[in-house]
Design a protein around this ligand. Structure first.
Ligand SMILES: Nc1ncnc2c1ncn2[C@@H]1O[C@H](COP(=O)(O)OP(=O)(O)OP(=O)(O)O)[C@@H](O)[C@H]1O
Ligand SMILES: [Mg+2]
Length: 224
């Protein structure tokens, strides 16, 4: 059974003349232990697909299965629980809370999700691996793009999610960091059995992935 499976997903934004068909009947699956890349040009529908996978927004039609359960039939509360407990997001806008210091971003996760997060030792290891230990007392607006990106990755991983959905997680990182982050995602998949789905333009990440999908004009094809 796939961890995430999408069948014939369509997404239409707006209505009438202002209508955009962002997804035209997309099939996709990811298993635990896999790193899967979604590539494609701007406007192709990658973020739309990722946010639908993570139940941040609903599809117009089609079916989403999460561990074999039909998410399309979930109540709002079930959907909220799924997001909170099973999915880690690294979004394009990073979504750090502007008035919280970096270390407080993690404390906030503890308040919202009380169990199943990393231990303080595990968090310390992650913080070190991502090179953000000097940033713990800073606010998001004191960070560079690459630093924000690494904090956003750490925060998503801190909740120890079963599925990691990341939108351009390496866009602001230099080559060395891209390698480290690529290796980290691969390790999370192989050693901890997570399903990692990455939207990227960054071909350097291809070295760390099991499958590649190409998105073009709302259509998805499997390349690898
Ligand atoms: N909230 C929205 N309302 C209306 N149209 C939208 C909305 N979000 C996205 N779109 C449209 O849907 C299409 C797909 O957008 P999407 O953001 O998924 O692309 P993308 O592949 O993530 O692009 P990028 O690489 O620039 O992030 C685009 O035509 C976009 O204009
Ligand atoms: Mg996008």
């Amino acid at each position: 059974m796939s961890t995430i499976e999408l069948k014939n997903i369509k997404k239409i934004y707006g209505s009438g003349n202002a209508q955009t068909i962002a997804l035209k009947g997309v099939d996709f699956e990811a298993e635990k232990g896999e790193v899967v890349l979604l590539e494609g040009p701007s406007g192709a529908g990658k973020s739309t697909l990722l946010t639908i996978m993570g139940s941040l927004q609903k599809a117009s039609s089609g079916t989403i299965l999460f561990n074999g359960e039909n998410v399309t039939e979930f109540s709002d509360k079930q959907r909220d629980n799924l997001r909170l407990n099973k999915i880690g997001f690294v979004l394009q806008a990073y979504n750090l809370v502007p008035f919280l210091k970096v270390k407080e971003q993690f404390e906030l996760v503890n308040r919202v999700k009380k169990t199943g997060n990393l231990s303080s030792d595990e968090l310390a290891d992650l913080v070190k691996l991502l090179g953000i230990e000097q940033l713990l007392n800073k606010y998001p607006n004191e960070l560079s793009g690459g630093q924000m990106q690494r904090v956003a990755i750490a925060r998503a991983l801190y909740a120890n999610p079963q599925v990691i959905l990341a939108d351009e997680p390496t866009a602001s990182l230099d080559s060395e960091r891209v390698k480290e982050v690529g290796a980290l995602f691969k390790k999370l998949a192989k050693k901890q059995g997570k399903a990692v789905i990455l939207v990227t333009h960054d071909q350097r990440l291809e070295a760390y992935c099991d499958h590649i999908y190409d998105m073009l004009d709302g259509n998805l094809t499997k390349r690898k």
